[in-house]
Every structure is written in structure tokens, then in C-alpha cells.
Design a protein around this ligand. Sequence first.
Ligand SMILES: [Zn+2]
Ligand SMILES: [Zn+2]
Length: 128
Amino acid sequence: MRTSSVDQIILEVLAQEHAHLTSLQIFEVIRERLPAVNQSTVYRALERMAKRGQVSVSDMGTGSAVYELVADGRHHHLVCQVCGCILTIDHEEVGRFFTEIEAQNQFKIATNHLILFGVCGECGKNGG
Ligand SMILES: [Zn+2]
Ligand SMILES: [Zn+2]
């Protein structure tokens, strides 16, 4: 099996799901299409695609890294540590902040999926 076909199927799966998936979840979907694939092949393909900037890898506080397609446009998230809800913020605002940091520190930011943890409005209201 050529590795490029695994990459291609991973891209298709991520494009279909429009979600943050763990490598195990991705592996389970891929296995239906490629029964011979093993988990480390999928994992290595994801690592490779993350390095190329095709997918983002994030820790959303669930204990395992999640992968998402970057092609849909850069975005970032606010994750509530009380109820676990996930808000999405678009890159425009964060991009301005990134540009400032880059200029001040002579640093090129590669993060394409920023996760900020905190307490959402609902949970804050409830005294959480
Ligand atoms: Zn995301
Ligand atoms: Zn909440």
C-alpha cells in the first residue's frame, strides 16, 4: 500500500467529518475503507500532514491529541473547563495578535489552531 493513498483517505475523512478527531477515531474510519491499514501507519501519516501544515494537532483538554483539517480556514477555540463546550473564533482577531507578537519578538508563529481554556458565559453565570 502506498503511503500517499493513506494520506489521501485521511484528508477525505477529515473533510467529511468537519470535526476534531483523535488518531484512534480516524484509524477506525479508515479501517472500514482500508482493512489492511494499521494504527501506526495512520499515526505516522497524521504526523507528516501536521508537519506540512495540512492538519492541525491540538490538545483540547480531553487527554488525547485531536486532528482537524486546516484547508477549511484557520480558526481557534475557547474551551470551557466546566461544561466542556467549544466555541470557535475565526483567525482574523487572533491573526492581529499573532502579527504583533511576531513583530515584537522576531518570531514566526506556526500555531494554526490555538486552544484557550477557561469558563464559558453560561457556567460563569451559574457561579461555576
Ligand atoms: Zn478546530
Ligand atoms: Zn461552560
